[in-house]
Design a protein. Structure first.
Length: 148
């Protein structure tokens, strides 16, 4: 009977030893390049987290600055075809508005006649002509650009 107890105790001791060996192997492989322990590894991870936070804050500032500059970029456009004269058909003339987010930009009008083509440009501020009034077609192009 005592041999059975010794056998059971030996099997239990072997099982506990195997589990302990596995845990030691696992913990050593958890941080293979750092032999200083888990405290050092956690300090390194938290240090990286602080660095990442600083980089994130820097990128957030750059993004906000880019958004402010992006308002002044000519990124919106509107295109309108029209027929300015009754005898010339096919809506060959057109207006092209190139605007930024603040409603500033230019409107280019291309008029096709029998004699040739004429190009007119008008500066736009706040969705309205700066030096002269916009025509109906030019206003439509500005509206299509999403400004008014």
């Amino acid at each position: 009977m005592s041999n059975i107890y010794i056998l059971i105790f030996s099997a239990w001791l072997f099982l506990v030893s195997a589990i302990l060996a596995y845990l030691i192997f696992f913990l050593k492989n958890l941080f293979p390049h750092k032999q200083r322990g888990i405290k050092h590894a956690l300090d390194e991870i938290f240090g990286r987290q602080e660095k990442n936070r600083a980089q994130f804050d820097h990128l957030q500032k750059e993004l906000n600055e880019e958004k402010k500059r992006g308002v002044k970029k000519l990124a919106r456009y509107g295109f309108v075809r029209f027929n300015p004269f009754e005898r010339v058909g096919g809506e060959q003339s057109y207006c092209f508005a190139l605007m930024d987010g603040a409603g500033d930009g230019v409107v280019m009008t291309f008029l096709f006649t029998r004699e040739g083509m004429r190009v007119y440009m008008k500066q736009v501020e706040g969705g309205k002509g700066k030096e002269s009034e916009l025509s109906q077609e030019e206003k439509k192009a500005v509206v299509k650009a999403g400004v008014m």
